[in-house]
Design a protein around this ligand. Structure first.
Ligand code: ADP
Length: 605
């Protein structure tokens, strides 16, 4: 159906780039045949007009040489056959047949040609004038001319040509060859024979050229089709390329803008910023970081940061870094940094892990804040508090003692109102004494004046001692104290551990409602012993879980008044546990209770 393809329809035909398969060859042959048949029908009118014209001329010329009825009969037959063939051509044009039914039209056409050739061939016998040589030559000339003309109109389909050519020339040729006695006619017969041979060869050549040119045309159409498909595909690809180019430039502009934003933020940041790779080597530091460390940009990369930590703090920082990264928590540490010129600065550094979607560690990002001034103020404040506490301690103790004696009835019974006031004064001085003692404890621990008297102790014994000390308080608050003592050897200062446990138990009792239970237990975890103090009290909000270990930090500011605390107990506990190389933390659910954990190094059995 190639020849019926619209060249602009890219989907209707395979391109030249793909050679046609067996089905393609068959389709191509069918198309060529359809074109050949179409040529037959389009050129037929010329042949038909020539046929009637030649028949008319023949009838006119032979009018006096042939019997009239024969001539008229023959001419009538020619006209009838020619008209029928005209009708067939008209039908073909109207039907505009597809290649599928082209065989039928080819057969119809050949049948028409056969009918015409029979009538023309008959002329060689019935119109052959026996007497006049001139008329005989004329008849041979007419028939030869008709056969020659058929080359132009019929050679596109060889069977059509042969069906016309052979019956038209054969009778007259035989007549000439078989004519006896007249060698001119015999010579004419041979001439006609050779002429027929030439005609046949010419028709074959023409047929081959027509077929080739049709095939070439088909290939051209295929080529044009492939080119147009290719052009369309290229245009489409170009358009897609232009669109992705546009998207890429927009994305790049956005990346550039965000990079610019990051640079200006990082450059102007009052806090030092750094980034490390998975091995802990610095890959980025901002200007502030370099200023704090006193290092040039290139010096700050790689292991430069390690050298900028004060030698006395280096081990502590590295230990904290390793502990926090192994535990998968944020690194947070206060330490001193030392510039190459020897200027020291206190900093607070925090860092968090950077992870890929797969969970693999990519590195860390962190900040370094200069807290030198804050530390100096805190130091002054601590010193002030410590001096004040020292100064207060002695008079307070004697006031507390004197008030206690008075309230105990040393000077006899007091009026009820006086007794009540005295009880309040005793309570408050009691709180003050505890506060002053705690402050001094914290201060002494921080300044390293208190050292832990470590020895081998049994965890179960420490727990029992602490529980015994708190039993009366628990009973008063109607709290059940449950302990599961488990024997395990720890390397610790027993007084300080009991102090820690009693503080945790006292808090647990204080913040639980009557009827609740407080549990104290231990668990061996390889190289360390884990202590747990679990209550069913009010719980601690998530944002306070860390801050309550700070000085004077309480979940509720009214806690000290209502519950009688100082806000220093957990600070002291953390100090004690840290000095033992352990860790203390809390987990809690609001309204359900809290569990305080701390670890101590275990002694190998
Ligand atoms: P305090 O002397 O005030 O108890 P601590 O340092 O021991 O000081 O505790 C700090 C604060 O932590 C408490 O005031 C309280 O708000 C909170 N807290 C401590 N333990 C518990 C607990 N078991 N349940 C609820 N809150 C607690």
């Amino acid at each position: 159906m190639f020849l019926f393809h619209d060249v602009k329809d890219p989907s209707s035909s395979p391109g030249l780039s793909e050679p046609p398969g067996p089905a393609g060859f068959q389709e191509r042959a069918q198309s060529i045949e359809a074109q050949q048949v179409r040529l037959l029908y389009t050129q037929a009118p010329i042949g038909l007009v020539a046929s009637v014209l030649n028949a008319g001329i023949a009838a006119f010329v032979l009018w006096n040489a042939v019997a009239h009825p024969v001539l008229i009969g023959w001419f009538t037959l020619i006209v009838v056959v020619t008209l029928s063939r005209f009708m067939l051509v008209r039908m073909y044009r109207r039907a505009a047949p597809t290649a599928d039914c082209i065989h039928l039209w080819r057969t119809r056409f050949i049948a028409g040609v056969a009918a015409a050739s029979v009538v023309w061939g008959a002329a060689g016998i019935v119109l052959f004038p026996p007497e006049s040589i001139a008329h005989q030559v004329f008849l041979v000339f007419i028939l030869g001319g008709m056969a020659a003309g058929a080359i132009a109109t019929l050679s596109s389909v060889m069977p059509a040509f042969l069906v016309f050519f052979l019956p038209t020339l054969l009778p007259v040729t035989l007549r000439l060859l078989l004519q006896q006695g007249d060698w001119v006619l015999t010579a004419m017969g041979f001439l006609l024979l050779s002429f027929a041979g030439v005609l046949f060869i010419t028709a074959r050549h023409l047929h081959t050229s027509i077929a080739e040119s049709l095939s070439l045309r088909l290939e051209n159409l295929d080529l044009i089709h492939s080119l147009s498909v290719g052009k369309e595909q290229t245009e489409h690809a170009n358009q897609q390329l232009a669109e992705s180019n546009q998207a890429l430039s927009a994305a790049m502009a956005e990346v550039r803008a965000s990079e610019e934003r990051f640079r200006s933020l990082s450059a102007a940041s009052p806090i030092g910023v750094f980034q490390t790779d998975a091995e802990g080597r610095c890959v980025y530091t901002n200007a502030r970081w370099q200023e704090i460390a006193g290092l040039a940009p290139e010096e700050s990369l790689g292991d430069g940061w390690n050298r900028s930590i004060h030698p006395e703090d280096r081990d502590g920082v590295l230990a904290e870094w390793l502990t926090s990264t192994r535990a998968g928590r944020e690194f947070s540490c206060e330490f001193r940094m030392l510039t190459p010129k020897g200027e020291g600065r206190w900093v607070h550094s925090r860092a968090a892990a950077l992870r890929a979607d797969s969970g693999a560690l990519l590195g860390h990002v962190g900040t370094v804040e200069d807290i030198t001034e804050r530390r100096a103020v805190e130091l002054m404040k601590d010193e002030f508090v410590s001096v004040v506490s020292h100064e207060l301690r002695t008079p307070l103790t004697s006031i507390h003692g004197a008030l206690g004696l008075l309230a105990g009835g040393l000077l006899g019974p007091l009026p009820e109102k006086g007794q009540r006031l005295l009880d309040i004064a005793v309570n408050n001085t009691n709180h003050l004494v505890r506060l002053v003692n705690d402050i001094l404890d914290v201060e002494r621990m921080k300044s390293g004046k208190i050292t832990m008297q470590k020895q081998v102790c049994d965890a179960a014994a420490l727990m029992t001692q602490a529980a015994d000390e708190m039993r009366v308080v628990a009973e008063k608050a109607r709290i059940t104290l449950a302990i599961s003592p488990q024997s395990a050897q720890v390397w610790a200062d027993p007084d300080r551990i009991v102090q820690t446990l009693t503080n945790l138990l006292s808090n647990a009792i204080k913040f639980s409602l009557p009827g609740a239970a407080v549990r104290l237990s231990t668990e061996s975890q390889g190289e360390q012993i884990l202590f747990q103090v679990k209550d069913q009290g009010r719980g601690i909000p998530a944002d306070k879980l860390e801050s309550i270990f700070g000085r004077f930090q309480q979940v509720d500011s009214s806690d000290s008044r209502k519950k009688g605390g100082t806000g220093l107990g957990l600070t002291i506990c953390r100090n004690i546990i840290q000095q033992h190389g352990g860790r203390i933390w809390v987990e809690s659910t609001l309204g359900k209770g809290s569990t305080f954990f701390f670890t101590l190094p275990a002694l190998p059995r």
